[in-house]
Design a protein around this ligand. Structure first.
Ligand SMILES: NC(=O)c1ccc[n+]([C@@H]2O[C@H](COP(=O)([O-])OP(=O)(O)OC[C@H]3O[C@@H](n4cnc5c(N)ncnc54)[C@H](O)[C@@H]3O)[C@@H](O)[C@H]2O)c1
Length: 375
């Protein structure tokens, strides 16, 4: 801008017609003045071009704030709605091709509808991304194998697996039915195992063939599983199992270049809207918008995150906490086998007021979040 203003004040070269004239300011021949001005004009044009290049570089630097996942292929399970949909959109925005898996089940896990997955595919395509729908049940071992195969057949590879699909069948333990227990354990725990198992076999094959694998598994636990929520012994047990599964599979797959991490999310979706009173604020940042869960998934998927594995992250709005689960606590050490009476005396002495879980809300608050109930 400044450069343009300066040139606007320069004399018009076309006025300098006669080489014999002298410049009114002194005895410099006009021909030389004209040459110098021509050189200055060329320099100005060059500087303008340089300025344009710099502007483009600055723009690129800002637009490159999303890690570049161009050329990568991701499967997101349960991506037809809620948190999974946001993960799929965010990964696509970062450049990945997406397999949008969703059974299209009711919250309790019943029924099948291909529409939610197809709609998310359309949303990604409308943003110039590439995606394909998949309606497999993640708890079906053969279905999970077909899901992984579809990613490889359609897009030629698989880099990222986000295990997110889930259902709820809450009940106090005294009344819980066998079906309520089995279905929730199946969708969450087996629904994490089955796709991971087939993706892991694929990555091991690639690594053994000499490829540099940068695989990603991103699992979904819950505050219910890591802190313990009343009325969710089936769901919480599955979600605690997913945290444990993350720790083990992270260690098993490290040698093949695959990282395995886990989210414990909090968001307003159909899963939580009936249970919790947590409307969106009239204006400003909405901590429970499900899209708040996805930057961590995109970040963990980046090549630069290759060293981060086996972590369980609690996410509440902008507060992301790398949880420390089951770290060593009070030690009752004896050089020989404990006598039960002596041990009881030691227990009651060390825990004079007794000891019990603090519950989910206290855990969430300690991790930087809040209760989802009305404050
Ligand atoms: N919303 C929260 O605050 C919260 C908190 C903790 C954990 N989570 C977990 O986050 C994940 C996503 O939950 P959400 O809140 O977005 O719920 P949601 O009900 O909106 O989405 C879950 C999706 O999973 C799909 N699904 C269910 N069973 C499936 C199966 N067997 N195979 C394939 N797809 C299946 C459903 O059709 C649905 O679209 C779940 O694992 C949930 O347990 C959510």
């Amino acid at each position: 801008m400044l450069l343009r203003q300066r040139t606007a004040e320069e004399p018009d070269l076309s006025e300098l017609r006669d080489d014999s004239e002298v410049h009114p300011l002194g005895s410099i021949p006009l021909a030389r003045v004209r040459d110098d001005l021509a050189v200055a004009e060329r320099a100005r044009r060059l500087l303008d071009e340089l300025l344009l290049v710099c502007e483009r570089e600055v723009q690129d630097a800002y637009s490159a704030q999303v890690p570049n996942l161009e050329g990568k292929v991701a499967i997101v399970t349960g991506a037809g709605r809620g948190i999974g949909r946001e993960h799929a959109l965010a990964l696509a925005e970062a450049g990945a091709n997406i397999v949008v898996n969703d059974l299209g089940a009711a919250l309790s896990g019943e029924g099948h509808d291909d529409t939610p997955a197809q709609q998310v595919v359309q949303e990604i395509e409308a943003q110039d991304g590439e995606a394909v729908a998949n309606g497999e049940n993640v708890a079906d071992f053969a279905g999970a194998e077909r899901l992984v195969a579809q990613a490889i057949e359609r897009f030629g590879r698989l880099d990222i697996l986000v295990n997110n699909a889930g259902i709820l069948r809450d009940r106090m333990i005294v009344n819980m039915t066998e079906a309520e227990w089995d279905s929730v354990i199946a969708v969450h725990l087996k629904g994490h195992f089955a796709p991971t198992r087939h993706a892991a076999a694929y990555w091991r094959e690639r690594a053994k063939a000499g490829e540099e694998v940068r695989g990603r598994v991103i699992n979904t636990s819950s505050p219910s599983g890591v802190f313990g929520n009343v009325g969710q012994s089936n769901y919480g047990a599955a979600k605690a199992g997913i945290a444990g599964f993350t720790l083990i599979v992270a260690q098993e797959l490290q040698r093949y270049g695959v990282t395995v991490n886990c989210l414990a999310p909090n968001a307003r979706t159909r899963m939580t809207e009936d249970t919790f009173d947590m409307g969106a604020p009239a204006e400003g940042f909405d901590p429970l918008d499900p899209s708040n869960m996805s930057p961590l998934v995109v970040a963990l998927s980046a090549d630069e995150a290759q060293g981060i594995t086996g972590q369980v992250f609690h996410v509440w709005g902008g507060a992301i906490n790398a949880l420390q689960g089951w770290s060593p606590g009070e030690l009752f050490a004896s050089d020989e086998k404990w006598n039960a009476d002596a041990l009881l005396a030691e227990l009651t002495e060390r825990f004079p007021g007794g000891v019990a879980p603090t519950g989910m809300v206290a855990g969430m608050q300690a991790a930087g979040g809040q209760s989802l109930r009305a404050q």
